[in-house]
Design a binder for this molecule. Structure first.
Ligand SMILES: O=C(O)C(=O)C[C@H](O)[C@H](O)COP(=O)(O)O
Length: 207
């Protein structure tokens, strides 16, 4: 499969409370041009949501986020997750992700973690929490000594700052939840989600 970093400029980070929202929400994101969707394992509905999207929205590439244990790796892949994202990593988690057979983005926020992952053969990572951990200035600085590492920065990014990240040579895509405002999801306003997704999908063009 294409690298997760290259599927779309923006990966929506989704928190699902009601599993029946998952399919219409994913359809709206795909229609807006964002096919790679990270469903975070932060809610009890997440695994059911992943399974529903994998089953009913063939144009979506649904993945699992907030994966922090080997058991979650197993449950997410069994549910149909086609990629895995973690906010941070350990060797135990990395081993489970590697063995899962699906692409994965372990989370890092420091230079030493990047070096440790490169040492383990991993070159693609989530940079989290992006804004709090140093933002574009940090990623720009990393690219000097460690140009072989590529990132999906996530955490605190919005439509105003996403283009600055996407302009960096070591950024493949950014993650974020801004195209899923809580009030739009609560009102099941999928038209608004689609419109925000379309704007997000166009951000690469501005770079
Ligand atoms: O759940 C995880 O695994 C995370 O790492 C956190 C998410 O990536 C951020 O919560 C999304 O960031 P916002 O765009 O600021 O909402």
């Amino acid at each position: 499969m294409t690298s997760v970093l290259d599927l779309a400029p923006v990966v929506p980070v989704v928190v699902i409370d009601d599993p029946s929202d998952a399919v219409p929400l994913a359809r709206a994101l795909v229609a807006g041009g964002l096919p790679a969707i990270e469903v975070t394992l932060r809610t009890p509905a997440a695994l059911e949501a992943i399974a529903a999207v994998a089953d009913a929205v063939p144009d979506a590439v649904v993945g699992a986020g907030t994966v922090i244990t080997p058991e979650q790796v197993r449950l997410a892949v069994t549910a149909g997750a086609r990629f895995l994202v973690s906010p941070g990593w350990t060797d135990l988690l990395l081993e489970a992700m590697r063995a899962s057979g699906v692409p994965y983005l372990p989370g890092v926020s420091t230079t030493s973690e990047v070096v440790a992952l490169l040492e383990r053969g991993v070159r693609e990572m989530k940079f989290f929490p992006a804004e709090a951990a140093g933002g574009t200035a940090y990623l720009k600085s990393l690219n000097g000594p460690l140009p072989q590492a590529r990132f999906c920065p996530t955490g605190g990014i919005g439509p105003a700052t996403a283009p600055d990240y996407l302009a960096l040579p070591n950024v493949g895509c950014v993650g974020g939840s801004w195209m899923l405002p809580a009030d739009a999801v609560a009102a099941r306003d999928w038209g608004r989600v689609e419109a925000l997704a379309r704007e997000a999908a166009g951000l690469r063009a501005q770079v």
